[in-house]
Design a protein around this ligand. Structure first.
Ligand code: F3S
Length: 288
């Protein structure tokens, strides 16, 4: 009834894959905690909880309301966490499994090194996102701007030098435009390349596919920032773009007979969720 086509790059990135695989294999006689949502996908979290893993929030740890004891295991998610929490966990003598993605670790290091070298840091991203909160906590005086408008309002001093970096999931084209804007006005600007390759590949692939199909489905968790960005890119190109978490959100009114349906998924969306949606679409009915 429908023709399905997957984006060339989609779904679990290596950072998320590593985090989930580790969480599934930790063996301990003591409690195993995940700090925050290990990945931004509720189905994955529920599955891990059913295996006995416990979610503890950053706030609980910061405010001392957690029950983490010496010898317990704590997994630091792919987004990393804030400096203070690393310090608290070290003091508690826990077994820390830090699966912060290499792109996140690299951003952190670049930020610290440039601050040490006297640069003023400008970070493009969402200051409330866990990745951003974590990275900027390693700096002293980081200015976060969420979009182009905010960036244009910044005052740059000729006497200062600036280092610009971005949330790993930022739209690469937008970042290019923003950094060009600054570079054209101020000489003392250095641009960091901190957008992750997996994000960029997925954005490119959705750009291509959404132009080829009648309807585009973007599958991912509602907290997943990279999924939202895939959706935004797709929506600009193809009006009939829909963001869904699972097959339960499918609405057959979106499709017409013989439609070509494009499918992509965020970096924290497991393939089983995508496969389930595909099988329902191929079966032509929602049996959930
Ligand atoms: Fe890392 Fe990029 Fe995935 S930052 S966790 S590889 S989306």
């Amino acid at each position: 009834n429908y023709i399905l086509k997957r984006a060339e790059k989609m779904g679990f990135c290596f950072g998320v894959k590593e985090a989930v695989e580790l969480a599934e294999t930790i063996k301990s006689d003591q409690k195993v905690y995940m700090l925050g949502m290990l990945v931004h996908n509720e189905q994955v979290i529920e599955q891990l909880k059913s295996k006995g893993l416990i979610v503890v929030t950053e706030e609980e740890v910061l405010e001392g309301r957690d029950e983490i004891r010496e010898g317990d295991s704590v997994i630091i998610r792919a987004h990393g966490t804030i400096k203070k929490i690393y310090e608290i966990l070290n003091q508690k003598n826990v077994r820390m499994y830090d699966v912060a993605c290499i792109f996140v670790k690299r951003s952190r290091e670049e930020l610290m090194n440039h601050e040490k070298d006297g640069y003023k840091i400008i970070f493009v991203g969402d200051e409330f996102h866990p990745e951003v909160r974590g990275i900027i906590s390693f700096g002293y005086d980081v200015k976060v701007v969420k979009d182009f408008d905010e960036l244009k309002k910044l005052e740059f001093k000729e006497s200062e030098k600036y280092y610009i970096l971005a949330q790993t999931t930022l739209n690469k084209n937008l970042y290019k435009e923003m950094t060009k804007y600054i570079e054209n006005r101020y000489e003392n600007c250095k641009v960091g390349n901190t957008i992750c390759g997996a994000t960029y590949e997925r954005q490119k692939a959705v750009e291509k596919l959404s132009a080829e199909v009648d309807v585009m489905l973007i599958i991912g968790g509602k907290h997943s920032s990279n999924t939202k960005k895939l959706y935004n890119i797709s929506k600009e190109i193809n009006e009939k773009s829909y963001l869904i978490q699972t097959y339960k959100d499918l609405d057959f009114k979106w499709f017409e007979k013989g439609n070509k349906i494009g499918i992509t998924a965020g970096a924290s969306t497991p393939d089983e969720i995508v496969e389930k949606i595909e099988s329902i679409l191929l079966g032509g009915r929602c049996n959930g």
